[in-house]
Design a protein around this ligand. Structure first.
Ligand code: THU
Length: 158
């Protein structure tokens, strides 16, 4: 995990972060008041964003990262370079970037297997003046995945 400045992001990473930032307004967060948006990006610049979606039955919350992943799946896109994540508290300071939760890391690991790439995760605070970067293998070392089940996911690699 490293901290970098906004200027050090690639054009693609900046585009993904901007798309995530634009998606923050769609977070449905009446309970936590914690807005999260995430945006996957492909090598050729496709951007697929998601926002967190909460529910009165608290346990049903869908994180922004997983919402982007299932959206991409429904679009038939499964090969990515990375994801940008941005967070914003409604009424409290979010000066620190936020790393994806454990469930999202597991889903991102599966996507990294499909992508044949160690996905790069860019995590930004609201002001984009504090940005962390880590690969999914750094965020989820010794991950459990399709190989452990001797499963070949090759036919899903589009
Ligand atoms: N949340 C995400 O969207 N992504 C994460 O990786 C961490 C948590 C959301 C879920 C819930 O809506 C709010 O943040 C507080 O947990």
């Amino acid at each position: 995990m490293v901290f970098i400045s906004y200027n050090q992001l690639s054009k693609l990473e900046k585009a993904a972060l901007t798309e995530a930032e634009n998606t923050l307004k769609n977070a449905y967060v009446p309970y936590s008041h914690f807005n999260v948006a995430a945006c996957l990006y492909t090598a050729d610049g496709q951007l697929i964003a998601g926002a967190n979606c909460e529910n009165a039955s608290y346990g049903l919350v869908t994180c922004a990262e997983r919402s982007a992943i299932v959206r991409a799946n429904a679009m038939g896109i499964r090969k990515f370079m990375g994801m940008a994540i941005i967070t914003k508290g409604d009424s409290f300071d979010t000066t620190e970037p936020t790393a994806p939760c454990g469930s999202c890391r597991q889903m991102l690991f599966e996507l990294s297997q499909l992508s044949n790439y160690d996905l790069k995760i860019t995590m930004s605070n609201t002001k984009k003046d504090k940005i962390m970067v880590a690969s999914i293998s750094e965020l989820l070392p010794y991950a459990f995945g399709p190989k452990d089940l001797n499963i070949d996911i090759n036919r899903y690699q589009n």
